[in-house]
Design a binder for this molecule. Sequence first.
Ligand SMILES: Cc1ncc(COP(=O)(O)O)c(C=O)c1O
Length: 448
Amino acid sequence: MVRLPETAKEVVDLHRSHVFYSWAAQGTVNPITMDRARGVHFWDLDGKRYVDFASQLMNVNIGHQNAKVIAAIKAQADALVFAYPGMATRVKAALGQKLAEITPGDLSKAFFTLGGSEAIENAIKIAKLVTGRGKIVTRYRSYHGATMGAMTASGDPRRLAVEPGIPGVVRVLDPYYYRCPFNSTSPEDCGERAAQHLEEVIRFEGPENVAAVLMEGVTGSSGLIIPPANYWTRVREICDRYGIVLICDEVMSGFGRTGKWFGIDHYDVVPDIICMAKGLTSGYLPLGATVVRDWIARHFDDNTLWCGLTYSGHPMSCAAALACIDVYSDEDLIGNAQRMGQVQSEWLETLKRKHPSVGDVRSIGLFGVIECVKNRETREPMAPWNAKGSEMGVMADVAKSLREQGLYTFVRWNWIFCVPPLCINEEELAEGFGMIDHALSFADRGVV
Ligand SMILES: Cc1ncc(COP(=O)(O)O)c(C=O)c1O
């Protein structure tokens, strides 16, 4: 039997020799070890406790080690570990039905994947198959995944190293009001102009060549951009005008994160396809889904769906998702995301008043970010887009301080993400924001 490494040093050393980390020059990675977890906390192999303000990778929405989901996984393992995707199983049937119930409008049929990137890949394929068109319009401030198609669809700089990627991806500017590319003076104007810009680009590209518009419901890792109230409705109108499939990426903003099942639910818009993953199982097992509206589902009654994966609809993952969805409802986690989201947003406003380095704070439900600037007038970011190494400046000190204090989250360029599990309570939020308050004193040193 394989002997598991015991100490933190042994674990890290073995990783260094034999395991790659994501998105990093391997020599620069200084990992936290992880031993056990519960609720909003986890512990490293030396027994140090961390508050998890990133829900790991913005996916452990229900919190760590929920007993009901673990029991469901164990029961499914006893009943049936695997069935090939062509088999009909009880858990896959029930999950398809459940997703039709919680998604908006007539979104009704799911293709199951292993995660978010594959959900995006299959949405792109489906949009191309159903329209017979080739181009996909996405936004610059976006992340849709790491596989080649999803990576190309992303505006995130992680795409740059592997460009040109797949053909036919065209990107547009974002309705990012704090840094509005159209110099708007109201969120509505920013939303309207961003929509006009989208339509103009579509016309330049030839609407008859555009299969889909693909956007995050609420933008996550590219700066937590909450679309202005009018934006999504305008995007829906434009897609309808030109027969373009509207794909909403809810991989990060779905499953209660924003205080509703899906980010798009705040806008009363029904996209043609929703991509989901992360909170679908809260990471207890890997699963994603591409869920389509009736008219797309009907198209594939007579036309072949050219999509397939060995692990599509894996019974273990479907069982975990069903239990996880029950937990959202039974424990009122979406209601808690709304209530604690209010508390979080008060904390964010308090920190903004106190710290001159805080230029903007944004949050919806328990999906929040602090945007640090060198100067509130000029809004110069405390670290630039795609900052690396020493370009991080004082933001590196912020990250170091958070880790030392025992708060785990993402400090990406000039953003500090606040995305805790949805089961968090007021005391736990206070503990986390207390640590962020202290860390921001390092950012304040960068103010000019
Ligand atoms: C909005 C969004 N889409 C897609 C993905 C890709 O999902 P995965 O990493 O599960 O492939 C992510 C991952 O962070 C994401 O945030």
